[in-house]
Design a protein around this ligand. Structure first.
Ligand code: SAH
Ligand code: DHB
Ligand code: MG
Length: 236
């Protein structure tokens, strides 16, 4: 009997990254009716198909559960897809607030939250995030903040997230890899990439945070930067 590892045979069965993503999704990140409806509603309304992947959604839910989330803040709702995953991670009696600049998007979100059965705990607020964030102090601290709106503002969103998140809370931002372009030293006149680069620099060098960028899209070219708040701000 041959019981050594047959590397050649295993390599023949090896899957591409996309096949691995599909297999993980099938086992771990199954979309329920509410999530499927949110995707269909987004498509019907002609919204851009830029929501997170099911694996990213499941990771948001997992992180929310890991920090026993009672209050969640999302910046950039689109059609409510990521918001539904987050709402599924709230503990009983918890609440999620999501900020969205586009009233047409917000209407789809409201409908999708209702269809997904989370409208009792998930609320969309319409406006520019940088106008709405200063009004959230009274409702803070949040256990988890998910940043996924306009990229040039990411560094400002980080400053707000740091103010609004509790010790042990988690700050997640989408699109922080962008095929490695968001991990460069400089952005050459591109406000979109400059925002992402600055975000990654600030998060990784902040002594209050433990952080990591994780490639997790179909081809492992984009993903979240995840940061956990490990210590209080100086002076607190
Ligand atoms: N989180 C969503 C995708 C968000 S796409 C998901 O994964 O399902 C980005 C969203 O941010 C868009 O709906 C866009 O209208 C919104 N947005 C862009 N700039 C914004 C701003 N300044 N304030 C609030 N929302 C903004
Ligand atoms: C874009 C924005 C996103 O949040 C995303 O996940 C993908 C693409 C964009 O601005 O093109
Ligand atoms: Mg995104």
């Amino acid at each position: 009997m041959n019981n050594h590892l047959d590397v050649a045979a295993l390599q023949q069965q090896a899957k591409t990254q996309q096949e691995i993503e599909t297999a993980i999704t099938r086992i771990f990140a199954i979309e329920d009716d509410g999530l499927q409806h949110a995707l269909a509603a987004a498509k019907n309304a002609g919204l851009p198909e830029i929501q997170i992947s099911p694996i990213q959604g499941k990771l948001l839910q997992l992180l929310a559960v890991a920090c026993n989330a009672h209050k969640i803040l999302e910046i950039g709702s689109l059609a409510g897809y990521s918001g539904i995953w987050l709402a599924h991670g709230l503990r009983s009696g918890g609440r999620m607030i999501t900020l969205e600049i586009n009233p047409k998007h917000a209407e789809v979100v409201q409908d999708s939250f209702a269809r997904a059965g989370v409208a009792d705990r998930a609320e969309v607020r319409v406006g520019k995030a940088l106008d709405l964030l200063p009004l959230l102090a009274e409702e803070s601290p949040f256990d988890l903040v998910f940043i996924d709106a306009d990229k040039p503002s990411y560094p400002q969103y980080l400053e707000w997230a740091l103010q609004l998140t509790r010790l042990g809370g988690i700050i997640v931002a989408d699109n922080c890899i962008r095929s490695g372009l968001a991990l460069r030293e400089k952005a050459d006149d591109d406000a979109y990439m400059a925002g992402l680069i600055e975000y990654n620099k600030r998060v990784s060098s902040n002594p209050r945070l433990v952080s990591l960028a994780l490639a997790m899209d179909e081809n492992y070219t984009d993903g979240f930067t995840i940061a956990v708040v490990q210590s209080e701000a100086k002076g607190d």
